[in-house]
Design a protein around this ligand. Structure first.
Ligand code: SF4
Length: 292
């Protein structure tokens, strides 16, 4: 039986059309690195900065952004209204949710005789004791959430959770460092939110009293040098019009959701078959300037 009326199905179809319209309005982006992309494959950042058009964001993919924003607002409001946190750099909307972020800044940096700009936006600034922390909220999928939760449950060690983040989500640590640099604060707190189970922070499965609400990330000069080195490689590639080397194999998870796959491994495949490189939705239109 086919349903004649289904507003959710229709919403997804409309969202797909909207995403395609947005794609057709792609512009060459501002000349800056965004904090959340520093941990991405450097070649992926290069394609974006060069103004190449990404493949379409699916309607299901749009759920991720929409729900992620809602998780941010719910988490901040829960922290403030029930946890008593004083959160700066975020204001309440008309529904009394802490939702309007007010801190964003372009920060110029110099590194290895190069100058480039980083764009920072923080989820809030929270005072813990006497120390202000940059707040980063990360809503993560089921598998990732439970991997973190298991580390906490099994060890009850904050250091082990921090190490796990350094090993598996260096992108969170890089982003937190851009936030700290821009705000001149020396500490960040990363709050993990389970997208599927909706839990905030990590909870021991053996003892519900054992909760790790945030992962503390103090400033590290070593990590900051890594941030600058990553940007420098992309910046050099932008200046010389040469993409950095591909950081991942085409069978990797990173490549499977990379919006520039068609220009990278996809292009290699096309060349082997003697076919032209094509955009998955726009055909031979590959660059934002082709749309003008
Ligand atoms: S397809 Fe993979 S290697 Fe190529 S830019 Fe994307 S993430 Fe990097």
């Amino acid at each position: 039986m086919a349903l004649r009326y289904d507003p959710i199905r229709d919403a997804y179809r409309s969202q797909t059309e909207l995403n395609l319209e947005r794609l057709k309005r792609t512009k060459v982006p501002p000349k800056r690195f965004t904090a959340s992309e520093i941990g991405y494959c450097k070649r992926r950042i290069w394609y974006r900065r060069m103004g190449y058009i990404p493949s379409i964001f699916t309607a299901r993919g749009s759920d991720y952004g929409r729900d992620g924003e809602a998780h941010h607002d719910i988490t901040r409001t829960f922290m403030a209204d029930i946890g008593g946190a004083k959160i700066e750099a975020v204001e309440r909307d008309k529904n009394d949710m802490l939702s309007i972020e007010t801190f964003q800044k372009d920060v110029p940096v110099k590194h290895k005789n190069m100058s480039f700009t980083l764009h920072a936006r923080v989820d809030g600034i929270v005072k813990l004791g006497r120390t202000k922390h940059v707040l980063e909220i990360k809503s993560i999928g089921n598998k990732d959430y439970w991997a973190y939760n298991n580390v906490w449950s099994q060890t009850l060690s904050v250091d082990d959770v921090v190490s796990y983040m350094y090993e598996h989500n260096m992108n969170f640590v890089y982003q937190a460092h851009v936030g700290m640099y821009a705000t001149k604060l020396k500490n960040a707190m990363i709050v993990l939110k389970g997208r599927d189970c909706c839990a905030t922070g990590l909870h021991s499965q053996r003892d519900p009293e054992q909760i790790l609400g945030h992962v503390p990330i103090p400033w590290s000069g070593t990590v900051w040098q890594q941030v600058l080195n990553r940007c420098a490689v992309v910046h050099r590639g932008l200046m010389s019009n040469t993409p950095p080397r591909a950081e991942f194999l085409q069978s990797s998870k990173e490549c499977s959701y990379c919006p520039f796959f068609h220009l990278c491994h996809g292009a290699e495949k096309a060349k082997k078959k003697g076919q032209p490189v094509r955009h998955p939705q726009l055909g031979d239109i590959l660059h934002a300037e082709d749309l003008e």
